[in-house]
Design a protein around this ligand. Structure first.
Ligand SMILES: CC(C)(COP(=O)(O)OP(=O)(O)OC[C@H]1O[C@@H](n2cnc3c(N)ncnc32)[C@H](O)[C@@H]1OP(=O)(O)O)[C@@H](O)C(=O)NCCC(=O)NCCS
Length: 458
């Protein structure tokens, strides 16, 4: 038996199958009814679509997935209650797997409704990477009112999904047989992670995405089960992942903070992280930054810095209860600067040793239906470790550098020691939380300052 699948779980796939019998082959997982409402929606101008989406959002709060623990307590987790994850409300004091992984793993892939097939996405092919990019860019909506939408580049996806030892079979896609269209995706990446005192090889799960027209039809549980099967096949039984919704059961939760770099533009596009009580003139003054950096020896990372950064980070990450254990190759992959993807700066002391490191990755969004602005560039803090420079000074210089590179906003989670500089550098808190989860591992909850950013969160 694999780690996670029980009889109850099969009923979900069965019920998908059952429903499909009543529908025509190509209609499986499509909305039922005489006219396809999505086709109608598609035919409307985008401004109309946005109005409808805003209204739907307002009226559908009861149906959406829990965003708080309070709401979660009232939600029935038909799928997650069958999985090896702690139950909501359990207070855990022990450490270890929830179920033991067993030798034999189910050989056949999980069943999909007729008309759909699994596809292992070979992301080293640029055609396939482009298809994934299209799926994500069209279906990974960031804001509830559909005004700002995440936009991943091919280079970003290559970086995010192809670290050392990535496996093609862990890029799990679902296609429509009739036209080969990619409509579902989830990925797992290998990761060595230390949780409290235990070091474990596990996977990090990312980029779960279901095409908008196939939402609420329980494709997600099938994607997750199939990915878990493929991970089990490689002898791994734990996973780490993050989500903006509350599932059973967050091991930790944290908020995101934003620092405006280009207040004029952010005001014009009504960026959600804006302080409501500030007019543009005040916002420009409040967010002013020095023109140049002040830390002596601060420079972009080069390949020669990999070893120095490795020891800096390993010493720093030991302070946290959950941390990635990064190899030299992984440091090179995740941190070596790549245009419009990842930036890393180091501080080199007079004797040539590296004393500090800071890195941020780049997330672009498309601004929809704005007369002037089309895109938004956000820098996200990845790692920061300082042994000689004051963290506020180092981060202020990082903001200066990000601004000079054309970023509009700088975001950081309240993880690691980030609280030491967030308020001082005029970051403001976002009301949304990010929750951290472990699959098939129990351990006591941890506060955000004991967490790192687990590579990049998308
Ligand atoms: C997240 C997404 C795949 C969920 O799809 P959906 O059609 O709403 O949900 P489905 O009907 O397929 O499945 C519902 C089940 O999946 C679970 N689920 C929904 N979102 C989830 C997530 N992000 N992670 C894990 N499980 C999730 C639900 O809790 C539910 O299980 P339950 O019965 O135990 O509560 C879809 O909304 C999407 O693609 N969103 C845009 C991308 C995104 O936000 N990805 C997640 C990043 S963390």
């Amino acid at each position: 038996m694999e780690m996670s699948f029980s009889d109850k779980k099969l009923t979900e796939v069965e019920s998908l199958k059952g429903r499909k019998k009543k529908q025509k082959k190509e209609d499986a997982w499509k909305p039922e009814g005489p006219m396809d409402p999505f086709a109608m929606l598609d035919s409307l101008p985008e401004t109309k679509q946005q109005e409808i989406q805003k209204a739907l959002h307002l009226f559908s709060l009861g149906r959406s997935l829990p965003k708080t623990l309070q709401q979660a307590k009232k939600h029935m987790y038909q799928f997650w209650d069958t999985q090896p994850v702690p139950k909501l409300g359990d207070s855990i004091v022990t450490h270890g797997p929830i179920v033991e992984g067993e030798a034999s793993v189910r050989k056949e892939p999980y069943s999909l409704p007729q008309g759909f097939s699994w596809d292992t996405l070979d992301l080293s092919s640029s055609t396939v990477l482009k298809e994934l990019c299209t799926l994500l860019n069209e279906n990974y909506v960031e804001e509830d009112d559909n005004t700002i939408r995440l936009e991943f580049s091919l280079e970003y996806l290559q970086w995010a999904l192809q670290p050392p030892n990535w496996l093609a079979q862990w890029n799990c896609g679902v296609r429509v047989d009739a036209n080969n269209k990619l409509v579902g995706f989830v990925a797992a990446l290998p990761a060595d992670v230390r949780i409290y005192e235990t070091e474990k090889r596990m996977v990090q799960v990312k980029f779960l995405c279901v095409h908008k027209k196939l939402r609420l039809k329980r494709m997600t549980p099938v994607l997750i089960r199939e990915l878990a099967r493929r991970v089990n096949q490689q002898g791994l039984h734990q996973a780490v992942y993050t989500a903006g919704i509350v599932l059973p059961t967050p091991m930790s939760s944290c908020r995101c903070w934003h620092r405006l770099l280009n207040p004029r533009k952010l005001t014009e596009v009504t960026y959600p992280g804006l302080r409501q009580n500030m007019n543009l003139q005040r916002a420009l003054k409040f967010n002013r930054l020095p023109e140049v950096t002040k830390t002596p020896g601060l420079r972009p990372m080069t390949k020669e810095d990999v070893v120095g950064i490795h020891s800096l980070l390993q010493a720093n990450l030991r302070k946290f209860y959950l941390s990635p254990v990064l190899s030299l190759l992984e440091i090179e992959h995740w941190l070596l600067p790549r245009g419009n993807v990842i930036d890393t700066y180091v501080v080199e002391g007079n004797d040539g040793t590296l004393t500090d490191v800071v890195s941020f990755y780049s997330v672009s969004s498309r601004v929809l239906n704005h007369p002037v602005h089309t895109g938004l560039r956000e820098a996200h803090l990845l790692y920061v470790a300082s042994t000689a420079t004051d963290s506020v000074d180092l981060m202020e210089d990082t903001l200066v550098l990000a601004k000079s590179k054309g970023f509009d906003v700088f975001s950081a989670l309240e993880v690691m020691d980030n609280r030491s500089f967030l308020e001082k550098l005029k970051f403001s808190i976002n009301d949304k939380s990010l929750h951290y989860y472990l699959y098939n591992w129990m351990c006591p909850k941890m506060s955000p300052d004991k967490l790192p950013v687990i590579s990049n969160s998308w």
